[in-house]
Design a binder for this molecule. Structure first.
Ligand SMILES: Cc1cc2nc3c(=O)[nH]c(=O)nc-3n(C[C@H](O)[C@H](O)[C@H](O)COP(=O)(O)O)c2cc1C
Length: 343
């Protein structure tokens, strides 16, 4: 309640990107030292159990600590995993990272649409590069708390890399981060890198999926679960085709969905409440098109436990959030995970 009042009256008047960086810095700082991390965890991030979908057991060698995780894009450079973990996210997807460090698109590139509880962004994968993320994750995994955190790494294509060379670019990122990842997400669905979403065409996507899987196995010395994240703006037929390819390639599953370009609010992809219905429909379609042993990570417009349950009921095994966390504040992820935990 306090955060909500603070957000609606004060934070809403700040520059959204500055506020974002400030928040991530604060969360990173709070997570970096044990005493404050312990207080955060006790205050916000405890009292819930692991995700319960039996399919997860076939994909991950250890339980996922909570059903709701942090969606990609918030902690692009993997600087605040322990902070987000302590706030009550069951897992943290860092990135998108790209093989080459890049500044992203020119500003402004992030807008609030508070009236519809949404964000619009055209960030363009601003990140310090996969090698830097790999170094941060190596450091994270050198501690007991860091090894306990459940971390996905989301990889995308560097802007300057030609689409024809995309597979090599994804391979280079995989090489840097796979060893430290509980799973990898191949992002071919951001609307903010020119041509990226063309990689969702199955015959373009298939070699990328193979290369990432192969490279991950080579560097990590184990099967690293690979997820493909798709856009909500694909046609149903295209989604079914991608799911069929995912089945043939026996990857771990799909993540649905990224932001949508189906709006008239300006440039960039829209997240949050307006995405809710389409995300649920895509999750349902993906579930019915995948093999039974493949998982679905549902993301898009979750604002409360009922929304999360709707995605789970549609067939998701795990869910993620970005926008509602910003609107609702630090107490929100733990509260949702507690509500999703069977009593
Ligand atoms: C500012 C911003 C940046 C994002 N960056 C990424 C990204 O780098 N990679 C990615 O896969 N998704 C990115 N997303 C999409 C989210 O991970 C998520 O799929 C989407 O926002 C829908 O979830 P939500 O409605 O809970 O926000 C971003 C979203 C926002 C709002």
């Amino acid at each position: 309640m306090i955060y909500r009042a603070l957000y609606d009256n004060l934070l809403v008047h700040t520059d959204p990107e500055e506020a974002h960086h400030g928040a991530v810095r604060a969360i990173a700082a709070a997570g970096a030292v044990e005493p404050s991390r312990r207080v955060l965890k006790a205050t916000f991030g405890s009292g819930f159990g692991p995700a319960t979908s039996p399919r997860l057991d076939g994909v991950f060698p250890r339980p996922v600590p909570g059903t709701l995780g942090l969606a990609a894009g918030m902690d692009k450079d993997a600087v605040a995993v322990l902070g987000f973990d302590a706030l009550g996210f069951g897992f943290v997807e860092v990135g998108t990272v790209t093989a080459l460090a890049q500044p992203g698109n020119e500003k402004p590139r992030l807008w609030r649409h508070t009236d519809v509880r949404a964000f619009r962004n055209r960030m363009g994968f601003n990140n310090l590069g996969a090698a830097a993320a790999g170094r941060r994750l190596a450091k994270l995994r050198s501690t007991a708390a860091g090894r306990a955190a459940f971390v996905g790494v989301n990889i995308g294509k560097s802007k300057v890399t030609e689409l024809a060379d995309a597979a090599g670019d994804y391979r280079a990122s995989t090489h840097e981060v796979a060893r430290w990842a509980d799973y990898l997400t191949i992002n071919v669905s951001s609307p903010n890198t020119p041509g990226l979403r063309d990689l969702q065409d199955v015959e373009t996507l298939r070699p990328i999926v193979r290369v990432v899987r192969e490279e991950a196995h080579a560097v990590a010395g184990r099967e690293v679960p690979v997820i493909v994240k798709i856009a909500p703006d694909l046609s149903d037929a295209e989604i079914v085709e991608i799911a069929a390819m995912a089945g043939e390639e026996r990857i771990a599953g799909l993540c649905a969905t990224n932001t949508t370009i189906g709006h008239d609010l300006g440039p960039g992809g829209l997240s949050g409440a307006p995405l809710k219905d389409r995300a649920r429909d895509v999750v349902g379609l993906v579930r019915s098109s995948l093999r039974d042993d493949q998982i679905v990570i549902g993301v898009g417009g979750i604002e409360n436990a009922a929304d999360a349950r709707a995605l789970l009921d549609a067939g998701a095994d795990l869910v993620q959030s970005f926008t509602a966390f910003v609107y609702e504040g630090p107490g929100w992820p733990g509260a949702i995970n507690r509500e999703l935990t069977p009593r």
